[in-house]
Design a protein around this ligand. Sequence first.
Ligand SMILES: Cc1ncc(COP(=O)(O)O)c(C=O)c1O
Length: 412
Amino acid sequence: MTSGSSAINQQAIAAEFPFLSEREGKPLAYLDSAATAQKPTVVVDALSDHLLLHNANVHRGVYPLAAESDALFEGARERIAARFGRLPQETVFTKNATEAINLVAKSWGPANVEAGDLIVTTVMEHHANIVPWQMLRDSSGCELGWVEVDSDGQLDMASLDALLERKPKLVAVTHVSNVLGTINPIVEIAERVHAAGALLLVDGCQAVAQLDVREAVAVADFYVFTGHKVYGPTGIGVLLARRELLAAMPPFLGGGDMILTVNRERAVWNELPYKFEAGTPPFAEATALAAAFDWVDSVGLDAIREHEHALVSETLAAFEQLPWIKVFGPQDADSRGALVTFEVDGVHPHDVAEILGREGVCVRAGHHCAGPLMESLGIGASTRASFAVHNSSEDVERLVAALHEVQRIFAD
Ligand SMILES: Cc1ncc(COP(=O)(O)O)c(C=O)c1O
């Protein structure tokens, strides 16, 4: 198997992903990791070990099995917190990134935002980083401002600056666009946002599996991501935030585990981070997520980035030769994460994806949960190929060959 870069031992990686070898017939080119990543066996093993060997509810039992489950869960939190340079108290487990953003919008929001205030988001956001702010706008009477995207798929910093002059309360921005692939300059954005006295929330969903995001986490007031896009399990997301901010925020959901005491009159909130983790938390998933990060780090983020960068470059170079393909977003691989969104002239993206699927190439077609961006691009839908560490140059070749098949079918 050829690889996009020599830094990756493709055979060792392939051994971690059984779906690559266990398909009958055509090999599968899974180019949909931006939607959800495939799971290496070490992650599935960690999940099943917790469930088969150490399963007991956390923070409740006093018997040894419960202590094992607790230790695994809190150990996972400590590893994840340390990896991102935050404290365990600053590392809140949620259901996914969507819930993490809703937590901020519905807890920090009403306590800090009132009619006439401004919240800023960007045109390139996923709906998860738009709708919670629209809901806050509707409940509080605040205004929602939009940072525009320029013709190269970059954030228009002049439109950010213009909005910052109006002293917004919070700016919510994605680290890497799930459609354009654009890697946003979070450190630069944080400087401007903080100089204007606003807080910064960063959606790291598309960044964490391929970039060292520690600097961005350090400068962001809130940094969120979802487990299933970083080779981890579904059912878990993470909110990383400064302790003082979390301490001042009211709970998001009420129930077990988020309280110290409850009587008929009232409840006393638990300490951080448990105040924000109502009900049974995703404890086995947390163990598996920590295993996913251990695995990513054992492969090496630099090597992963280099490998995926090479695959994106190969894809962009191949597409440049095909005048019937239009690529959205930055035209060079350096400014993008591991994805390429495009349209095939005259063919609906769903038809493209359907034919590619028949050829064993898995891509995403649709609006990519980015309605405002689709509107500003003047399209209803597009097709997205996204890469992970298990992909190879052969997958790019399969993609290009399958696109020729699309072209052949629609030319008839
Ligand atoms: C940039 C971005 N933000 C947020 C999300 C939402 O993730 P989840 O559905 O796991 O909450 C996604 C998922 O596609 C995404 O790509």
